[in-house]
Design a protein around this ligand. Sequence first.
Ligand SMILES: [Zn+2]
Length: 273
Amino acid sequence: MSFDDRRRNVRSLLFFLVALLGTVVLTFAGSFAAAADRDVAQAPRYTPTALDQQLPPAPDARPGPRVALTFDDGPSAQLTPYVLDVLAAKRVRATFFLQGENAERYPDLVRRVQAEGHVVGNHAWQHAWFPDLSAEEAESEIARTNDLLTELTGVRPTLFRYPFGQPSPGGDAALARLGMTGGVHWKWTSDKEGDFQCPGPDAMVDFVVTEAVDQAMLLLHDANDAISCSPDQLQYLPRAIDELRARGFTFGVVAPSPVPSALNGGSLAAVVP
Ligand SMILES: [Zn+2]
């Protein structure tokens, strides 16, 4: 075998290996995407009631106490479709702080959140503990997520919420450089448990109604720990919305504001129709 023959053989072997690797990667990515679609198709769904169909359309700009429902960590196949169904049926706009790696897994759900009139905010790529990140890592968590959300929705998010509500100087510097508002915090002044602690539907209605005051940003979740709770916990959402409406509340979304909101942990943000 000549030197040239040997070189040709090595080259064909390399070509074969690269092609094989490519096929394996594409097959794996394909079945991963198909699995994600199947998960979404199997999620619990909400059926609008006759009463829902008589509700006024959003946005609801009537004066009076206004709260923002904010959903963190999503999207997820298990919870997000139901949450979106309820919000659509109840004519409520909400604010979703999406996690980059979940947005990458469920791009269609991200597009649905945007298409149904909700505000899309950034909740970092993999729910990192920002105080432990370098300045470069902090910027990457935020910028990479913003780039993906922009690509999927056509709108560049301006709101950022720190995972665990834990800020860092590197994160703050990145937000300033990117022209973003954050961290957007929330109101939580009672000793009630939140949805990620799985207290069940009755306790969740109680949590939402207890924390609701004018301009409150209520912390809720449509992924991560909340997925491990019993699926019937989600039934709190239509009930809590009906209860707040009965008490005269309207529902708004989070928007940047130059005035810190003491009610919401000093967030430079307000609840607007
Ligand atoms: Zn979170």
